[in-house]
Design a protein around this ligand. Structure first.
Ligand code: GLA
Length: 366
């Protein structure tokens, strides 16, 4: 869990923004809710010096990365940077190719805790080999660093990256919209979700599918759509990397991002990615996420642009949900994770009205 500069700020990053973001993280309740990593994405770097050392932009980061890391650490937070496996980053800044060990040593010396490693300008490089070189370089630098693989799912990293990185992007970039598409491959969050959904079997503690950073709070999605986006990322055990300006959150957005019950769903120790169990009425999807302690979460997601009603007869599911035993009986307790209260038991039908693009997210427990 953390924050990354890209979705909101793109190349417009400097140390003032990063310090203020760390301050906001520590004071707004975000840190308390579990957010930890502050990650600067592309454009912090400008060149290499005569010895090949990577040089942070001296105008935007005049105090240097070590001072920034110290500041972030002093707030009880962790610090991440971005680089790229190719000769240049996606924004044309110096990439890591041929400098992997040197860069890893610099990151370790500065106190970096997280590296997002992209895949632009890679010519004939193979992704798996390129990421293994950087993994080994980080290991040799002897500092624990979360390694975030970002080759957009193009070589199916879920099949090879388990022992290479801790998380891997599964799709092209998330756009700030519900379901838009751009010609180079970027897409709205519901489409990202569809691509990430079938990959659950590859994920688990220590190795996660990454459907990209959140667009919650970036001003295009409604509050309802934002909470659905946040919920579905939690249902998929996705990394919760916020991508908004956390210095200026509306109360509604802050409440979404700090909902401890949804965060607990995401962070559930069983680490099972939830999946679409069935689609009802053409447009209501029912998602299921097995949880630790024999609990299970269900999320009814109304993808349509109309209000929908549901009426669930639990008797059909006593004993089994999707063919698996979750021990549901007529005494199973239903908790609404957005209302943050118990709303009854499975002894009675669950009747609810779900607004367009909204979710009903419940946990079933004994
Ligand atoms: C790629 C990545 C994005 C972001 C940009 C930065 O598009 O997928 O997440 O890091 O590069 O240039």
């Amino acid at each position: 869990m953390g924050w990354n500069s890209w979705n909101k700020f793109a190349c417009n990053v400097d140390e003032k923004l990063i310090r203020e973001t760390a301050d906001a993280m520590a004071s707004s309740g975000m840190k308390e809710a579990g957010y930890e990593y502050i990650v600067i994405d592309d454009c912090w770097q400008v060149s290499r010096d005569e010895n090949g050392n990577i040089v942070p932009d001296p105008e935007r980061f005049p105090s240097g990365m070590k001072a920034l890391a110290d500041y972030i650490h002093s707030k009880g937070l962790k610090f991440g940077l971005y680089s790229c496996a190719g000769s240049k980053t996606c924004e044309g800044r110096p990439g890591g190719r041929g400098h992997e060990y040197q860069d890893a040593r610099a990151y370790a010396a500065w106190g970096i805790d997280y590296l997002k490693y992209d895949f632009c300008n890679t010519d004939a490089q193979k992704a798996e080999g390129s990421y293994k070189v950087m993994r080994d370089a980080l290991f040799a630098a002897k500092r624990p660093i979360v390694f975030s693989i970002c080759e957009w799912g193009s070589t199916e990293p879920w099949t090879w990256a388990k022992n290479v990185g801790h998380l891997w992007r599964t799709t092209s970039d998330i756009m700030n919209c519900w379901d838009c598409k751009v010609n180079w491959g970027g897409m709205g969050w519901t489409l990202v979700m569809d691509k990430n959904e079938p990959l659950g079997k590859y994920a688990g503690p220590g190795s996660w599918n990454d459907p990209d950073m959140l667009q919650v709070g970036n001003g295009v999605l409604t509050d309802v759509e934002s909470r659905s986006h946040f919920t579905m990322w939690a249902m998929m055990s996705a990394p919760l990397i916020t991508g908004n300006d956390i210095r200026l959150m509306t109360p509604a957005i802050k409440e979404i991002l700090t909902n401890k019950e949804i965060i607990a769903l995401d962070q559930d120790p069983l680490g099972k990615q939830g999946y679409r169990w069935w689609t009802l009425d053409g447009n209501i999807e029912l998602w299921l996420k097995p949880l630790a302690n024999d609990e299970v979460a269900l999320c009814f997601f109304n993808r349509s642009s109309e209000v929908k009603n549901i009426d669930i007869d639990w008797k059909k599911y006593f004993g089994k949900l999707d063919g698996k035993s979750y021990g549901v009986t007529d005494k199973t307790i239903i908790r609404d994770l957005w209302l943050k209260k118990n709303i009854g038991t499975t002894g009675k039908n669950l009747k609810a009205t779900i607004q367009a693009h909204d979710v009903l997210t419940i946990k079933l427990s004994k």
